[in-house]
Ligand binder design. Sequence first.
Ligand code: 5GP
Ligand code: ZN
Length: 113
Amino acid sequence: MDDCLFCKISRKEIPAKLVYSDDEIFAFEDIQPQSPSHILICPRKHLPSLAEASPEDAGLLGRMQLIAAKLATERNLNDGYRTVINNGSGAGQSVFHLHLHLLGGRAFRWPPG
Ligand code: 5GP
Ligand code: ZN
């Protein structure tokens, strides 16, 4: 996807503070953090949102969560952390390249806003 912001970050056409990278997944610091630790975990494959994921993406989606857990451990988010996928504009999605938010370093309320 030529115009996609996160595809551009994946191709290193736009700078980002990368915290994890492999052949199919990369993760970087959110530019406008909503908590002391706020990381975005993305597949390199362009999927606009979770709604477009298919059974063949099951492993990829699982790996994204496992990478979130690994990063949370590395960052000592021992008091708890949250992983979130906003799916669709009504749920707050603003970048239409699938990404998992890893939020930590403060208390979170339930239900979310
Ligand atoms: P969404 O609202 O789609 O669930 O999450 C998109 C996230 O991407 C937001 O938290 C926003 O701050 C972040 N973001 C938007 N543009 C950029 C950017 O250019 N660089 C980085 N690192 N994060 C971005
Ligand atoms: Zn993309």
